[in-house]
Design a protein around this ligand. Structure first.
Ligand SMILES: [Fe+2]
Length: 183
């Protein structure tokens, strides 16, 4: 075989590598969507458990209730994106234990009635989710699914709003907590 004869094979190989690269990005993206679905599912359960302990803090209670509803919408959006790429919805329901364990480090336990601890945990959780949606948006582009970015950025905006609200209300929540304790 001459060097010339090997050239097409090399070209084919190169093309194959490129395709493999693109498929790899899609694989990472789909895994990321499933991971974030697990994070949202975890958030829904955690907020549900915490809500009963937040009734003495009406503003916080209302915000957390909205955040739970938004988490349900965000999980449904992730399901839709997975379906769009031919990934079974049932696959999204698998718990991604390691990852959720990492984020759940922020979440503490739902039975904890220390509202400050829960607010700090929620703030950390939001920061994780903002970063996660930012990463998913970049992965969507790398995987050739730029059309997914709008919905991912909508979820990111919602996380940002909640994170900002929590951040700006920490002093007031501390005051409310101390007033409750003194009562
Ligand atoms: Fe969320």
């Amino acid at each position: 075989m001459s060097a010339r004869g090997r050239e097409p094979a090399a070209t084919r190989h190169k093309r194959g590598m490129t395709m493999a690269g693109s498929n790899a990005a899609m694989d990472v993206y789909l895994t990321g969507l499933r991971n974030q679905h697990a994070v949202e599912t975890q958030a829904i359960g955690t907020i549900q458990n915490q809500l009963t302990h937040m009734q003495a803090y009406p503003d916080l209670h209302a915000r957390m209730k909205t955040d739970k509803e938004r988490s349900e919408t965000q999980a449904a959006r992730l399901d839709d994106l997975l379906a769009r790429h031919g990934s079974a919805k049932s696959a999204a329901k698998e718990a991604v234990v390691g990852l959720v364990g990492t984020v759940a480090g922020f979440a503490h336990v739902g039975s904890d009635d220390d509202v400050i601890k829960n607010v700090l945990a929620a703030t950390g959780y939001k920061a994780y989710e903002i970063a996660s949606y930012k990463a998913l948006s970049a992965l969507a582009e790398a995987a050739g699914a730029s059309e997914d970015k709008g919905v991912l950025e909508q979820s990111m905006k919602e996380e940002q709003e909640m994170g900002d609200w929590l951040g700006s209300h920490i002093p007031a929540l501390v005051q409310a907590y101390l007033a409750q304790k003194a009562a």
